[in-house]
Design a protein around this ligand. Structure first.
Ligand code: 4AD
Ligand code: MG
Length: 477
């Protein structure tokens, strides 16, 4: 194929009078004259001027919504408003027709739910192309941040032999024929005959293995897919999602919070600095959707304004105990507006998190030192013997984006916690050995990648920030 110019580079440095070839998909064809072309390289379109009298009617007829075309022509200063340059078409080839009568997508606003069913086409829309360019940008910024700060990227396994964290929320991996699975003498499935000679699952987190890396390379991070078989149908849960997990030797819980805050702000700044056009389109989309909403249902700030606000302000930092006190002294609690009572010893509910972030502090909040009763076995026991050095970061509109902790590095304390919580010591023999041979204080956290993409793009449902969402009952594409 002959060379063609991407619209992003063409618009960045337009050379008036020069001949070029572009390829892309038709966004609109107005008055049989103005062909609006997008090739995905940027949110911005190229206007192609088509003098229809010079073209075969067969070609003109095929210039339909989302058809794929190649245009050869000369660049000219644009007569119309809104763009600096336009392409005067001399030759048009239809690379892929798209019959508008049969095509699911139409050049009008279609609901996010409908587009979700059309995941093979939805990336061609303005909204989704912006979302997925920004998703890429955040992934790139993750690697850039850690690389620039001396962290090593570590690949932790996707198939795991320990169900340490998941406890019943894992997807099993097996090559056994489930109809005819071999049984042991006592009637249990005989996993010795399975592919790995033991029961295996898809990982829920790379943390435990990342700890191995931290105790050798000092600063590591993982960034990979994780899987949770919870039956959650919320706008914040996926069954398959991506998680970023840094793990750092010699860090305590305060270092961990500092790292997380700096990292999250870096990601937001990266997108603000490098993807302003995509952000503007997403910002406008929200404003339009909220135009007819009651004031109290609208977001307090626009998207870009929210992102600026988050990077320009320090996150609030409180203990779980302080959080409970704030909640118990709050108006909604006193007026009986909470569905769940905020009570010391039980986990914060989404409504409590929302109150803290959106009503009380009006900015991101880091809650730390949670009761040990509902937190994982590996979190470091505090001196009060009741709480652990855990921290969650709560974001407006999203809730928890980060969960992390200082890890229990004391062998005997860890063994006791595992026994208390019914975690199998023999399965995690290697994890325990890390505490016996050259152990040290260390800490880390997990950032839910899609929740961060959701926050930065302002998209309401997490299913719309991953190309092919997996949720209970749904694994199409
Ligand atoms: O809080 P979680 O469960 O923490 C861990 O897995 C730790 N091992 C992390 C660590 O310390 N290295 O999960 C971390 C984050 C959550 O804060 C949330 O943002 C995201 O992962 N997350 C989900 N995102 C989408 N769908 C789900 N079902 C999620 N579950 C957790
Ligand atoms: Mg969590």
């Amino acid at each position: 194929m002959s060379k063609h110019t991407e619209i992003s580079s063409l618009l960045a440095d337009p050379k008036i009078g020069e001949a070029c070839t572009v390829r892309g998909w038709v966004r609109a064809f107005r008055a049989r004259r103005f062909l609006v072309l997008n090739d995905g390289s940027t949110i911005n379109n190229l206007q192609v001027v088509v003098d229809f009298e010079n073209f075969d009617e067969e070609i003109i007829k095929k210039i339909s919504f989302h058809a794929c075309v190649m245009v050869y022509g000369k660049l000219a200063e644009s007569q119309g408003a809104g763009q600096a340059v336009e392409l005067l078409a001399e030759q048009i080839d239809i690379l892929g027709e798209s019959n508008p009568d049969d095509y699911a997508l139409q050049p009008k606003r279609q609901t996010m739910e409908f587009l979700r069913e059309q995941a093979h086409f939805r990336m061609r829309t303005n909204t989704f192309s912006a979302v997925f360019r920004i998703r890429h940008a955040i992934a790139y910024a993750v690697h850039k941040y850690f690389n620039d700060n001396g962290y090593y990227y570590m690949h932790t396994p996707i198939i795991t032999g320990s169900d340490a964290e998941g406890a019943g929320e894992m997807f099993q991996v097996t090559t056994l024929d489930i109809d005819k699975a071999p049984r042991t003498a006592d009637g249990q499935i005989d996993y010795k005959q399975d592919f790995f000679g033991k029961a295996t699952n898809l990982t829920v987190s790379g943390q435990l293995q990342a700890e191995i890396g931290a105790l050798a390379l000092g600063k590591v991070y993982t960034f990979g897919p994780t899987f949770r078989a919870e039956n959650s149908h919320t706008s914040r849960h996926l069954s398959e999602f991506w998680m970023i997990e840094p793990e750092v030797a010699f860090f305590d819980i305060h270092d961990d919070m500092d790292l997380a805050e700096d990292f999250l702000k870096y990601l937001i700044n990266y997108v603000l600095d490098n993807y302003p056009d995509d952000l503007q389109v997403l910002d406008k989309r929200i404003q339009e959707a909220e135009k007819n909403m009651k004031k109290e249902l609208r977001r307090p700030m626009g998207l870009i304004e929210t992102l600026r606000f988050v990077v320009d302000n320090e996150f609030a930092r409180i203990t779980y105990t302080e959080a409970i006190n704030i909640l118990r002294n709050s108006k909604p609690f006193k007026k009986g507006k909470f569905e769940f009572e905020p009570e010391w010893g039980s986990d914060l509910q989404a409504e409590h998190e929302r109150f803290l972030v959106e009503k009380h502090f009006k900015k991101p909040v880091i809650v730390r030192d949670y009761p040990k009763s509902f937190k994982a076995f590996y979190m470091r026991l505090n001196d009060d013997q009741e709480t652990v050095a855990a921290m969650d970061i709560l974001f407006p509109g999203i809730g928890e984006v980060v969960g992390g902790s200082q890890r229990e590095e004391r062998h005997e304390v860890l063994v006791k916690r595992m026994e208390e919580m019914g975690v199998h010591l023999d399965e995690l023999w290697w994890y325990l050995e890390l505490r016996k041979f050259g152990g040290c204080p260390h800490a880390g956290f997990g950032l839910g990648f899609e929740r961060m993409v959701q926050f930065i793009t302002g998209i309401e449902n997490i299913r719309d920030v991953i190309p092919f969402p997996r949720t209970p009952g749904k694994a199409e594409f």
